[in-house]
Design a protein around this ligand. Sequence first.
Ligand SMILES: [Zn+2]
Length: 314
Amino acid sequence: MKNYISLHFDTRDILGGADAILGITGRKKDVAEVFASGNMHLTLEEHDERLAKVRALLEEAGEKPLIMSWEEYSEDELQAAPLLSVSLSAWTKARTTTGSVFGVTYDVSDACRTCLTGVRQTSPLVVDGNAMLDVNKHRVAHTTDKNLLVLDTDVEKLLAANVTGANFWPATAKYKSGVIGEIRWQQAVIENVLPPMAASTGLDETLKCPTCGRGRQRAVGSGRDLHITYRREDLKNLCDFNLSWEWFGDFGKYDPDAPDKGASSFRPLPWIFVTPKVMNLIRGKTKKEQNYQGCGFFPIWIEDDTHDKPYLMT
Ligand SMILES: [Zn+2]
């Protein structure tokens, strides 16, 4: 895993301007990009010595850059992970809406009355057809309530590979005109629920539902990217598709007069975890395919028997 830092700043107050920075970083566009405004966007690995040199120059000029940081995992780390979390939130164009307004039904009888964790979908998915124009470009799609939609050709590959933990339900789209049409995506209906995450995931305990302890308003890490961590002994009975025990997001409101309505609007949702076998079958192979992959994959971290420092499998 490598940590990357990006800096965004104005080069006009720096001695030597943009050229001084480019003299340090080189002129590769994936490292440094200069805009007509004189602003520069710079991306380097945390320990790259060029980063320290640029920061020293900026400090000298009194320039305070906008800073972003993130982690990138190596291919070996992805392939060695027992599970990968399926990250959907950045892929807004691969997202469509669903819910009882489109005719989908839900069972709330086992759901928490405080936060609505535990709602179950009981009919095939119907999505908003008018959002499908953007979605159509993507390989993996999802709904606002984190239903995972897999392209029919990939579903065939997954079934041929005998993946476990999910059934695939055909989904349809409803258009503004009221017409309901077939779509190429099928919903991965995931049954297997993982044990609770390890404490070292660092979830904020104050944000959990006081009634069920399972719904959580947010997932908050300790100032770094969230490292979803599981105890090694809890990873014995994995399926290829799994859901987190925890559900994340705004708490729903249980309305005894219209329980189904609350089930399809704001409520917490479980996260999805798959094995590398699934990732390898559904992810984009070429650069162009990756741009429209529709989801990201992040390895989980492991806590061993001593519950000491979490680590990545390699
Ligand atoms: Zn609850």
